[in-house]
Write a protein that binds this ligand. Sequence first.
Ligand SMILES: Nc1ncnc2c1ncn2[C@@H]1O[C@H](COP(=O)(O)OP(=O)(O)O)[C@@H](O)[C@H]1O
Ligand SMILES: [Mg+2]
Length: 326
Amino acid sequence: MNEQLPFKRLNGIPASKEDVRNRREHVKRIVIAHPNYSDLLTEIEEVHYYSKGSVKPDSLFLSGEAGVGKSTLLEDYTSRFPRDIVNNNTVIPVLYSTLPVGATPKTVAARLLYSLGDPAYDKGTEISQTSRLLNFIKKCKVELIIIDEFQHLLDRDTKHILNKASEWVKSFCDEAGVPIILCGFPESKKIFKFNSQLDRRFLTKLSMEGFRYYTKEEQIEFRAFLKSIDEQLPFIDRSSLASKQLADKFFYATNGIPSHVNKILYEATGLAAKSGNDSIDENHLYDAFNKIEFTTRPFVTNPFTVKNFNIVEAFELEKLRSKDAN
Ligand SMILES: Nc1ncnc2c1ncn2[C@@H]1O[C@H](COP(=O)(O)OP(=O)(O)O)[C@@H](O)[C@H]1O
Ligand SMILES: [Mg+2]
């Protein structure tokens, strides 16, 4: 039982619309400090801390496939250093920003200015925007800059490097005078290959990965992740997500990608609350899974409610079906 949560026992009475919404929003915000997450958080802390007042601040590059939790981690870190107003001056210890799709020097500078809170973010020439940006960074006492969606330095269709923007980012990193964390999909490593000066500045390259499930240790880790989530679900009773059978099914359904786990639980939470349940059961998971389209896995089958589910066979069957189709 979880009495700390603000969610009442439903006892078979369907939750109101507002209650359903609150419960689902709660699920969206669940963040678990799993081992890979905590390790990376420590790395970021170190870069931040040891670069203070350094003549040559360290920087790092973080890569990972979509949905593994990169932005969640970076936004979590940023939120630990809230903005403040000191003597009429806004202090922004950690600046989190993203690169815009189809990045150009002007749109990148504007995006960073916008993240700082400059109402005139898109005004002025590239040069004046850049100098305004560097000024604000000093004035707002920015200590660390995080730039997410680094893969937007690649053209969306051709995957060619957007050279002007990547040159701009390189100069900006040199001139900002504070450590910078760049973050993006693994494919964005290509940018470093073609921009050796940028590469030299980002020698530390870390990666974030989804969960794995081959070894005993890996299975324990994934089940611990599910257990922590289960403890935070917006229901009075727990849902046994970490049982061996359900964990196998969750791994098969999600390939260990946190965003997929979250999506299934988000949908299942809505279904369970609407039917007045005080925990999520396998029928909710079954229906939730069917609501989601897994575009990258056209041959995945719904593992929930399957009796004596065998994860190895399920993955093999999926492979066979995709072979047959090709
Ligand atoms: N540490 C975590 N604990 C629980 N859920 C997570 C965690 N990291 C990510 N998620 C879930 O995955 C979703 C996608 O994460 P996100 O940070 O946007 O991934 P990325 O930036 O790597 O594409 C999040 O909205 C959240 O629901
Ligand atoms: Mg992201």
